[in-house]
Structures are given as structure tokens and as C-alpha cells.
Design a protein around this ligand. Structure first.
Ligand code: DGJ
Length: 722
């Protein structure tokens, strides 16, 4: 059992292999008393609670789900408004339950267990006696992982309506927070997931999304780390929200150097009416603790998300090497052109052909037809079935692009149903990329999309779907919802999306779904629950991708990180990089090509054949091995990382030098994650002699790196234990 309870003392100790998380009731309030390295549960384990000064009331009490209005002036976890207009509630403990395993969350994506022994769940009940609001705090602790998963269920147990103005997933207080720093990912379209790290100071440090999606700007993730925490050592506290809509995360330092960290769906522009008896389940936040640095925190997320968040047939399968026609043709293609790319792909060893945007309606540019999911016979006279047959005939599987959440004002669908989009009746509708967002709060809209997609899946042999989403939400309102529920639209949209995804991915398990939102605009754990991989960024330039993939790996497993080789000059930044460099970067992820394969020279074809053959050899190591980040591209001119098999007998190291430097210094890389006592046979792709070195030597002294005296150089080493 991973949860120890001392009822008399109101003590709840959640314990995993290397971590303890402890809360204790104080005056009926669940106080936070400890989160850190594992403590043994014994009678002498006591006095962890902070003694708050008498005159401070609860303003200095570390709390688990704090409220506003009765003396705690820090950022609260929830707020409810009563029918009399007041906003004060006081939750007090009423009881608890412990259960093996982890319950599913109704309508929401969630981390899961396969065996009950993997985890235990504590449900802690709180109640405001005055209005009847009941809150259950859910905590799941995994026995073998340093993970606590938290969420809250809010139930209106009173006789009058309640309006939730705020309902976050988790709040954690760090009493000694002065040396904490916040690590997070920020960016924009085509430069997602830039690593940011900054010290916390008195006041708030906040990231959020008000865009209706988790966003390119901030990933729904943040870690608090100590000043001296590095990639390999020191404490890291990760918070990752399993949610795909707007979110907030804030670290607030008070005047005493204590830090409260809160995370959940964005309270801004949110309200939720709870009628008597109704309940609201928050998304869950996945909390990871590591005393062994940021790298160890990331690997905990990777293992958990790859095996206990992703689902379906493809969770444990090697992912196919694909070619996507987007940057090869954009909207300008016909069946023969597609066929030619697929034929060439087959010769090179590619396994899947993906037909991207432009195959439906009258879509010759990005200004029409979204919603009209019927093939365009002008471009594809034999329809999708013919394209699929030709692709299959060449020996490749067939994949198809959709943007199912969208509607173009210039579409048959819009002409028929102008109220099917998210909008505020009577107001102007802001278009982005000439499109509007379908109102997924409405069942009929979801059913229409389900039927349109299912009809194609039933008629055409489709093995892969790229589910794209290319704009944010504006004028957030729904024609169907009553006035008092308009503030629910954004969250209901996400719930509608999840409902549709559950149906469609469940009914077509043979399809590998990849999510995309103009690249990484919705690279989040919520989407990974339905689709085990994500298109990481529309920026496929090798040098830019070093950073984007490095940053994304802070939380997400490599099996989720779509990475393609594209043409030069690169379409996003105009840069020219060698094919080998682009290949090594993309082979560090979920590999593919996104260019016109028929335009390769014979020499390039040989390079590509080699890349594909190499990737097939190392694919399972890259996609399921442990990732160790060795050199950070945000810090300098080089990058390096390695993949290590679970038994530590195999490893693969990729290294990169971005710009050539005159009269360069000697460069080397210290490896990680190997077994000190094993001897490894080390082979470099640059040729030269295979050498045998001990794991200790490789980790302490490292390997020398050599590069040609040119920009954008890369290489790799394979390690095999003797
Ligand atoms: C945005 C995606 O990120 C691209 O890969 C491509 O699918 C386009 N949409 C198509 O419109």
C-alpha cells in the first residue's frame, strides 16, 4: 500500500519508491506538510507541519486546496459564487476513502493503471457547511514512479445554485521557496517549446493560455527547481496538466519566501453553473518529483505518458516512417503526383504515405471547404479509394489529413449551418486563416463530423490520420447554451472534442492518429491520451528543430515527437543545411520526410536509403529507450542526447554542431545512463575503428567529438554492451 493513514492525527502519507507527499489536517483544513524525497512511515515521523504564527490566521498555512475570503490572501484553488452574490466558502474535512488503482475521470483524459497494484488513490472529502458545496480531492500515487496525480471534484450538495468562478486541479505550497526557479516552455508558431528558466521573486510568476487550446505560447507544464538544480542533480517538482484547452499555472511567492503553485483550467473567462446535485470534475495535474535533476524528472514523465497515458494499438508499436506531401506540393497535386511520391518512397524504404491538406471540397488554397469532407474529383478523379489503392499497391500504408474542428465560411457546410460555429450571435466573427471553429459543445455538430470521417474510414483503407487544428477560439459563445452557461463554452468545447475523439479513436483502432495544431499548438497530455503522437512544429529546419525537440522532450516522450526531414532552402527560415544533419535531427524523433522525394538526386537517394535503414535498426531504442539530454542547444553551439535501452546494454548518441567555429576548441561529450561496470563496443557513423570502453569511462571521461569544418554538422555513436 502506497498510502499510510493515521486517522487520529489526520495524517495522510503518499509514498512511492523515492518520494513522499504528506498532508495533515489542521483545524479541519487539509494542510500540506511535505513533498520531497521518500520518508519511511514510522512513529517518529512527525512534527512536519509548519508552526504558523498565532496572529497570521491561515494566511501562512500551507494548504492543499485553498480558498479565498477567510484570511488566506494568496492565490486560491477555487472560488464559488452563491445565489446571494457572496463568494465566501470554507471547506472543512469530512472524511476519506482509499482505493487500489486509479479511477477514470468522466469525460476527461487521464493517466491510468493496468493493474491495481501499480497505484493507490486517496479521496479526501471537504464540505462548506453553509452552502453545501462538497469538494473531493483526488490523489493517486504510483508505487514505482515518483508521481502524484491530483484533481478535484466539486459537487453542489446544497439546495440552491452555485456558480464556480475558479476550479483548479492542484495547489501545492512550498514553505521554503526562496531558492526556487520556474522552468517552462514558451514560444510561438514554428518556434515552439523554448526552454525558459527564471528565479521566483515576491509576487506572481504566471503562464497561461486564453486561446481555447493549450497553445504554442505556453505548454501546460511548469517545474519548480532549486537554484542549484541541473540536468543531472538537484530537486525538480514538475506539474503537467492533462488538458488541451486554456490553462493557468502560477507560482506566487509571499512576503515570507513561501511559494504557492497552482495549476488548472484557466479561471479567466470561466464560469460553471452547478445546480443542486450536479458535479464538476477538474482535469488532472500530474506532479513529478525528482531529487536527481531535470533529466530524471523528464524520464519519469516520458515513461508514464508513453505507457500509462497513451492508449491503443500503437502505444507499444514501432511507429511507421512516413512521407507527407504537404511541403512537397501544398494544394497543388493530382493523383499521379501523389502516386509518384509514394512509388519513390517505396524504393527508399518508407512505410506510410500521408495525403495532407487539399484533397476535399474545392480546396485549392486555405480559404475554403473545411467541413466539406468529400474528395475533390478534379484532383483525384478516382477518389480517395483510388489513391489509397495506388499507395497500397506501391507497398505503403495510406494516411489522410483532416481538420475536423473547423468550418470555412466558403463551404457547403457553412452555407447550410451558419450557426454551427463558435460565435456570439449578432456579433462579427473573427476569421483566422479564413476559417471559424465548429461548435463542438453541440452534439449534432460532433455527430456530423463523426459521420463524415467514419464514412471515409469505412470506404477507404486508412491506417493513419493527421488531426489538425489551425486557429484559436475567438468570440467564445455557443448558440445553443443559455445565457447563464455561456461562460462554460470554452471548457465544453474541449469536453466535446474529447467525446468525439473517444468515439472515433475507439471505433477505428486500426488507425494511428497524430494530432497537430499548426505544429505544436496543442502538444499536450490531453491530446496524447487519444492520439499517441503529435506534429511537433511546422518548422522543420534542422537547426531550429534541435531546440524545439530538446524543449519538447522536457515533458513528452520521443515516441510522441513527430520529426521530418524537409527540403532546402527550408520553407520556414530559408536555411540550407546538409541532408545528413536534417536526417540526424529527425531520426532523434518519430521519423519521416516532408518533401518531394522525386526531386532527390541519385546521391541524395543513397543518403536517404541509408537513413531509413539506420532508423529501422534503431527505431525501437529511439522510440522507447530512456532519453538523456547531454548538451543543451539553448546554451551554445552544440547539442547532444542519447537513448539507452532499459537493460542498459544498448545506446545511441546523437551529437550536433550548429555553426563552424574558427580554430575550434576540443569538444567531447560525457555519456549518461550507462552501466558503469559494462564494457561497450562503440561505433561511430564517421567510420574509424570500433573501440571498446567501460561504461564508467564513457560517463566520466566521455567521447571526443569531431566535425568537418563546416556549418550544421552532426554524427552518432552506437553502443552495444559486450
Ligand atoms: C498546419 C500543419 O501544421 C501543417 O503540417 C499542414 O498540415 C497544414 N496545416 C495544412 O493546412
Amino acid at each position: 500500500m502506497s498510502i499510510h493513514v493515521r486517522e487520529q492525527e489526520g495524517w495522510f502519507h503518499l509514498q512511492s519508491e523515492k518520494m513522499s507527499y504528506i498532508l495533515q489536517l489542521q483545524g479541519g483544513l487539509p494542510a500540506h506538510v511535505y513533498w520531497g524525497g521518500r520518508l519511511e512511515e514510522r512513529a517518529s515521523l512527525k512534527d512536519l507541519a509548519v508552526k504558523t504564527p498565532e496572529n497570521a490566521g491561515i494566511d501562512r498555512l500551507p494548504q492543499e486546496y485553498p480558498q479565498y475570503g477567510s484570511g488566506d490572501f494568496r492565490v486560491p484553488a477555487y472560488q464559488a459564487e452563491l445565489t446571494d452574490g457572496t463568494r465566501v466558502t470554507e471547506l472543512r474535512y469530512t472524511g476519506y476513502r482509499i482505493m487500489p488503482g486509479k479511477p477514470a475521470l468522466d469525460g476527461l483524459p487521464a493517466v491510468y493503471t493496468e493493474q491495481d497494484e501499480e497505484a493507490d488513490t486517496l479521496e479526501l472529502d471537504l464540505e462548506d457547511a453553509y452552502c453545501g458545496l462538497k469538494v473531493t480531492l483526488l490523489y493517486t500515487v504510483f508505487a514505482q514512479r515518483n508521481v502524484v496525480v491530483r484533481s478535484a471534484r466539486l459537487v453542489n450538495g446544497g439546495a440552491a445554485d452555485l456558480r464556480l468562478r475558479r476550479a483548479l486541479s492542484a495547489s501545492v505550497d512550498f514553505t521554503e521557496g526562496e531558492d526556487l526557479e520556474m522552468l517552462y516552455l514558451s514560444g510561438s508558431w514554428s518556434r515552439e517549446a523554448a526552454l525558459k528558466r527564471r528565479p521566483l521573486l515576491a509576487g506572481g510568476t504566471r503562464i497561461d493560455s486564453k486561446r481555447g487550446v493549450s497553445s504554442h505560447q505556453f505548454n501546460p507544464f511548469a517545474a519548480l527547481v532549486r537554484q542549484d538544480t541541473t540536468e543531472e542533480a538537484g530537486e525538480a517538482y514538475g506539474f503537467s496538466l492533462v488538458y488541451s484547452g486554456g490553462f493557468e499555472a502560477e507560482a506566487e511567492m509571499d512576503a515570507f519566501g513561501s511559494v504557492r503553485f497552482v495549476m488548472g483550467l484557466n479561471s479567466f473567462d470561466f464560469s460553471w453553473l452547478l445546480q443542486p446535485g450536479e458535479q464538476f470534475q477538474t482535469p488532472e495535474a500530474v506532479l513529478v518529483y525528482s531529487a536527481e535533476g531535470i533529466g530524471d524528472m523528464s524520464r519519469t514523465y516520458h515513461r508514464l505518458y508513453r505507457t500509462r497515458l497513451c492508449r491503443g494499438e500503437y502505444r507499444d508499436k514501432e511507429r511507421p516512417i512516413l512521407v507527407n506531401n504537404w511541403e512537397a506540393t501544398y494544394f497543388n497535386f493530382n493523383a499521379d503526383k501523389l502516386d509518384a511520391i509514394a512509388e519513390e518512397g517505396a524504393k527508399l524504404g518508407i512505410e506510410l504515405f500521408v495525403l495532407d491538406d487539399g484533397w476535399f471540397g474545392k480546396r485549392d488554397a486555405d480559404n475554403s471547404s473545411l467541413g466539406d469532407w468529400v474528395e475533390d474529383r478534379r484532383k483525384l478523379p478516382g477518389g480517395l479509394a483510388d489513391v489509397a489503392a495506388r499507395v497500397n499497391g506501391a507497398g505503403l500504408k495510406f494516411g489522410l489529413w483532416f481538420e475536423p474542428e473547423m468550418i470555412s465560411p466558403d463551404s457547403e457546410l457553412y452555407r447550410k449551418h451558419p450557426d454551427w460555429c463558435i460565435h456570439v450571435p449578432g456579433r462579427r466573427r473573427t476569421e483566422a486563416r479564413w476559417q471559424l471553429v465548429l461548435d463542438y459543445t453541440r452534439r449534432e455538430v460532433r455527430d456530423y463530423i463523426y459521420d463524415a470521417m467514419a464514412a471515409i474510414f469505412k470506404a477507404v483503407p486508412i491506417n493513419y490520420v493527421k488531426w489538425d487544428m489551425n486557429r484559436y477560439l475567438t468570440e467564445i459563445g455557443s448558440a445553443e447554451l443559455p445565457a447563464e452557461r455561456q461562460g462554460e463554452t470554452a471548457h465544453r468545447y474541449v469536453l466535446g472534442l474529447y467525446e468525439l475523439l473517444e468515439r472515433i479513436t475507439g471505433d477505428f483502432p486500426q488507425i494511428l492518429f497524430e494530432s497537430c495544431s499548426s505544429g505544436g499548438g496543442r502538444f499536450d497530455p490531453g491530446m496524447l491520451y487519444y492520439m499517441p503522437q503529435t506534429w511537433t512544429s511546422d518548422d522543420t529546419d534542422g537547426a531550429e528543430r534541435l531546440k524545439i525537440q530538446y524543449g519538447t522532450s522536457l515533458v513528452y516522450p520521443v515516441s510522441a515527437i513527430g520529426a521530418h526531414v524537409s527540403a532546402v532552402p527550408n520553407h520556414q527560415v530559408g536555411r540550407i543545411t546538409p541532408l545528413e544533419f536534417r536526417g540526424d535531427v529527425a531520426m532523434s524523433g518519430n521519423f519521416g520526410y516532408e518533401l518531394d522525394l522525386t526531386k532527390f538526386t541519385d546521391d541524395e537517394k543513397e543518403i536517404v536509403k541509408r537513413q531509413i535503414a539506420d532508423y529501422k535498426e534503431v527505431r525501437s531504442l529511439v522510440q522507447t529507450g530512456d532519453l538523456y539530454r547531454l548538451k543543451n542547444p539553448f546554451d551554445g553551439n552544440e547539442a547532444a542526447w542519447m537513448f539507452v535501452s532499459a537493460d542498459k546494454r544498448q545506446a545511441l548518441v546523437y551529437h550536433f554542431k550548429v555553426m563552424a567555429t574558427p580554430h575550434p576548441a576540443i569538444s567531447s561529450v560525457k555519456l549518461r545512463g550507462l552501466a558503469s561496470g559494462l564494457e561497450y563496443r562503440v561505433t561511430s557513423n564517421k567510420g574509424g575503428e570500433t573501440v571498446v570502453y567501460g561504461g564508467d569511462r564513457l560517463m566520466r571521461k566521455g567521447l571526443a567529438l569531431s566535425y568537418a569544418q563546416q556549418d550544421y554538422q552532426s554524427g552518432w555513436f552506437k553502443l552495444q554492451a559486450e
